[in-house]
Design a protein around this ligand. Structure first.
Ligand code: SAM
Length: 249
């Protein structure tokens, strides 16, 4: 059977395309892309012309079958997404799982990934981190998700869209406290790359004040709950328990 290559593409700066990634794309029989028009521009920039097929979240189950047929016929296939590493908040999981289940070789061609790039330069602890993808779009569900994470001690990492960034930072400030340390990485590898770092309240004020603050793409990183925060919240639980116990007959 053929090999399925999982190929990372740039998250902004086209020079981040590795020579090996370009070589693989020019060698495979077909490229499965999230958006063929978008990826067509990258291929044109690289001087590669290849048959493409669209594989996005709405048709992944059907299209995975077509890719598996190519692999069965001994053809190599590359999977790319619009930007960064496929399967990281991007399509491809169904395909990779099926390809592996059927015994085909699946091989990564690593490159840009917004979450790893952001963490590597943020100055937050990286020994343990929890990537949560996108938070829920609706505020109620978003706050519930943040409450579930408020006592997590690992660094938290989220992807967020520009039109929700201010609301999300506000919710983090409300749920995890104005003092919680926060870093936003905006437009990584692009001309207007910016890091906003500080306490939640200060970061929120900064992006609200910056006329370009809520434009572009963001990675949101939150310092994990500190030992003091955890003991403060367990002291609060103790206090409530004592009050409740006092009410018992
Ligand atoms: N698979 C991609 C990766 O490897 O990073 C992520 C795809 S996800 C659909 C898109 C999200 O990634 C954006 O909403 C943003 O949160 C983040 N992102 C992508 N490119 C970025 C960049 N240049 N700067 C900051 N965040 C970026």
């Amino acid at each position: 059977g053929g090999t399925l290559y999982i190929v990372a593409t740039p998250i902004g700066n086209l020079d981040d395309m590795s020579p090996r990634a370009a070589a693989i794309l020019s060698r495979v029989a077909v490229i499965a892309a999230e958006d063929t028009r978008h990826s067509g521009r990258l291929l044109q920039h690289l001087g590669i012309s290849k048959p493409m097929m669209a594989l996005h979240e709405h048709n992944e189950r059907d299209k995975a079958g077509q890719v598996l047929e190519k692999l069965a016929a001994g053809q190599d296939v590359a999977l790319i997404s619009d930007a960064g590493t496929p399967l990281i908040s991007d399509p491809g999981f169904v395909l990779v799982r099926e390809a592996r289940a059927r015994g085909y070789r699946v091989s990564p061609v690593p490159g840009a990934c917004a979450l790893i790039s952001a963490l590597s330069a943020a100055g937050l602890p990286t020994d343990r981190f929890l990537f949560e993808g996108f938070l829920p779009a609706r505020q109620g569900a978003r706050k519930t998700a943040l409450e579930r994470l408020a006592r997590e001690s690992a660094t938290l990492v989220f992807y967020e869209s520009p039109h929700r960034i201010v609301d999300t930072v506000r919710d983090i400030e409300q749920v995890m406290g104005a003092e919680r340390e926060l870093v936003l990485a905006r437009e990584l590898t692009k001309t207007f790359e910016t890091f906003y770092a500080g306490h939640a309240a200060g970061v929120r004020e900064n992006i609200e004040a910056d006329p370009h603050g809520s434009r572009g793409e963001f990675v949101v990183m939150v310092h994990g709950a500190s030992a003091e925060e955890l003991s403060a919240s367990s002291a609060e639980v103790d206090r409530v328990l004592v009050l409740l116990l006092a009410e018992l007959p």
